[in-house]
Design a binder for this molecule. Structure first.
Ligand SMILES: [Zn+2]
Ligand SMILES: [Zn+2]
Length: 379
């Protein structure tokens, strides 16, 4: 279920469509509504809408945020989608927009549960302030590359068959497509012609109680500067959980379920069990199985309000405990004790007779017979 269908409607698609459906629909609609070809008055608006819808739906991450939260994005993380006007410019300039910079932050489950503040030192490139990103001393005119004459492009020929030559354009090999050659004598002294400087910043990331995994936190215009793509882009942190020694998590419909696995003996499964653990809230919690309840192998039992905080509903989810019941490999109980156990379970006594045939346990792979504990006891 998606919360909003607008972008799918624009591309005339169903929300369950695949990435290849999205590409196909985009190609055919963009062709149909391109303002260069389509002279109807609504063509430009329609074309921009198609580009916007495509930009979001063709990116799995953006699509998932859109599906879950709609066009306003995740309210906790400023992930809203606006009509990206740059898309139209991009199409006209044929220059791809530089992507945002994504970095992961790994936090403990305790920090996700309780909320936390994280101080991060970020080292990034910024545009050189002295030369304003040109790499050249002020007052010096930008020296054109003599190979491409400042265009940054070279036309090359490729013979694909006798008499058939294909012409193609590549970035200039001398200036790497920049169109200028910066020689040491005209370099900016501050950045040595590199066009950028290194900046060390501190960022404080504040995470709420019950922060979900894959939450994105956006710092606009803080991505590292790239002189080849001078557009300023955003730095986006993605939250991931570190593995925890006790607890596991599972996210379904933006609800985090907290799990743990507890191994207990067969005797404990039958007679009851209690264990103490350090909860994510920092407190020691003692968990008891209900008296008289026999735990089945791999049974999943829930404990209300001991799970992850659900901030939206101002409550706590359940903690789920999966019980792995460890059966004894052998036992050495007296006949008296065995009979006591049989009494408890109201089993009638086994009468011994000389004609009894004991089950043999074979190893299926080797065919070797194993000694059974019951035979040991008989001897
Ligand atoms: Zn400089
Ligand atoms: Zn060049």
């Amino acid at each position: 279920m998606v919360v909003d269908k607008k972008y799918y409607d624009i591309l005339e698609l169903n929300p369950s469509c695949s990435q290849s459906d999205i590409k196909t629909a985009y190609r055919s609609l963009a062709k149909k509504w391109h303002p260069d070809k389509n002279k109807s008055p609504e063509a430009e608006t329609k074309f921009k809408e198609i580009l916007s819808a495509y930009e979001i739906l063709s990116d799995e991450e953006k699509r998932s945020i859109y599906d879950n939260y709609g066009p306003s994005g995740n309210p906790n993380t400023n992930t809203g989608f606006q009509m990206p006007t740059h898309m139209f410019d991009m199409f006209q300039n044929q220059k791809p927009r530089e992507k945002n910079e994504y970095q992961k932050i790994y936090i403990t489950l305790e920090d996700a549960y309780n909320g936390c503040n994280i101080d991060l030192d970020i080292t990034r490139k910024i545009k050189c302030v002295d030369c304003n990103g040109s790499g050249v001393r002020t007052g010096v005119s930008l020296p054109k590359c003599n190979i491409c004459n400042g265009s940054g492009r070279q036309v090359k020929l490729n013979q694909i068959a006798p008499g058939l030559v294909q012409q193609f354009v590549t970035p200039c090999s001398k200036c790497n497509g920049s169109g200028i050659i910066i020689t040491p004598d005209i370099q900016c002294k501050k950045c040595n012609g590199s066009k950028c400087l290194i900046s060390n910043d501190k960022i404080n990331v504040c995470l709420n109680r019950g922060t979900l995994e894959n939450t994105q936190i956006k710092y606009p215009n803080l991505a590292s500067y790239n002189p080849d793509h001078p557009e300023v882009t955003d730095l986006i942190y993605i939250i991931e959980y570190k593995p925890h020694p006790i607890f596991l998590t599972n996210k379904i419909n933006n609800i985090i379920s907290l799990f743990m696995i507890k191994q207990i003996s067969l005797a404990e499964a039958i007679t009851g069990n209690s264990f103490t653990l350090k909860h994510l809230n920092g407190k020691d919690v003692t968990i008891r199985t209900p008296r008289g309840y026999i735990i089945k192998p791999n049974e999943l039992l829930g404990i209300k309000e001991l799970g992850f905080p659900d901030v939206k509903r101002n409550t706590f989810n359940s903690l789920y405990v999966k019980f792995e019941v460890l059966f004894p490999i052998s036992y050495s109980l007296s006949d008296e004790k065995l009979n006591t156990i049989r009494d408890v379970f109201e089993l009638k006594e086994i009468e011994n007779s000389d004609k009894d045939i004991y089950i043999s346990i074979f190893n299926i792979d080797t065919g070797n017979e194993q000694e059974t504990p019951s035979q040991c006891n008989q001897q």
